[in-house]
Design a protein around this ligand. Structure first.
Ligand SMILES: *Cc1c(COP(=O)(O)O)cnc(C)c1O
Length: 225
């Protein structure tokens, strides 16, 4: 199947109200352009350097989503390009994004990355840490970042029940936060859960943004050495 055919197949499985982020990390600009021509506009990258290489070579109406661990010293460089950052994992990072966005006169959408997997390898905040960040965010009244929701990655597992329970846990936290802290804030509405292996489960569990790479572009080729 071609990239175009794969994208078309996935689009049939993603309801219109769920945003499809095409995760294009490691893929060449030609591959991104192929899905752009089919109508895809949201692309996800996980490395600042790679985003900086690709963004100037893609049409200006692409909406760039940053989905990887972001070091504070890389924030300034990506601010001119990035629309949404899914991977806020500290208040310090959120404030840095705010300050750099203010400097560039931009407003960046941010999601807090929550640790939901039972395995030890994934990044993210505990529920307590996330609530603490939200409280500080509310106090600061930042003008240049909007916290629009939560992101999570389920365990890398074949066990559907495990994945489903992890997605339910983040959805529950989302609902609690919405009620307690964002009741009057229409921006807080996104739940970024679901990748190639589990996006259908994620959609059933309330995802509003799925981040799909392999199912669109095929297996990633990592260059080593
Ligand atoms: C790579 C990546 C994805 C997409 O993974 P696939 O399994 O290729 O769909 C989604 N989210 C994050 C944070 C990623 O790093």
């Amino acid at each position: 199947m071609s990239i175009e055919e794969r994208l078309t197949t996935i689009l049939k499985e993603v309801p219109p109200k769920v945003k499809l982020i095409a995760v294009s990390k490691t893929q060449p600009v030609d591959a991104l352009l192929a899905v752009y021509r089919v109508g895809q506009r949201m692309f996800g990258e996980n490395k600042a350097q790679e985003l900086l290489q690709k963004a100037p070579n893609m049409p200006g109406d692409v909406e760039w989503h940053f989905i990887g661990h972001l070091q504070t010293n890389k924030v300034r460089s990506i601010i001119p390009y990035v629309h949404t950052i899914h991977s806020i994992d500290s208040f310090r990072l959120l404030k840095m994004v705010h300050d750099e966005a203010a400097r560039a006169n931009r407003t960046i959408h941010c999601l807090l990355q929550i640790y939901i997997a039972t395995e030890e390898t994934k990044f993210g905040l505990s529920e307590i840490e996330a609530i603490d960040i939200v409280k500080r965010y509310k106090q600061e009244q930042f003008q240049h970042v909007k916290v629009v929701g939560l992101m999570g990655m389920a365990s890398f597992s074949e066990e559907e029940q495990l994945i489903r329970s992890e997605f339910r846990a983040i959805k529950k936290l989302f609902n609690q936060m919405k009620e307690v802290y964002f009741n009057d804030d229409p921006w807080f509405k996104e739940l970024s859960i679901g990748m190639t292996s589990d996006f259908k489960i994620a959609i059933e569990e309330g995802s509003t943004m799925v981040r799909v790479g392999t199912a669109i572009f095929g297996e990633r080729q990592y260059i080593t050495g």
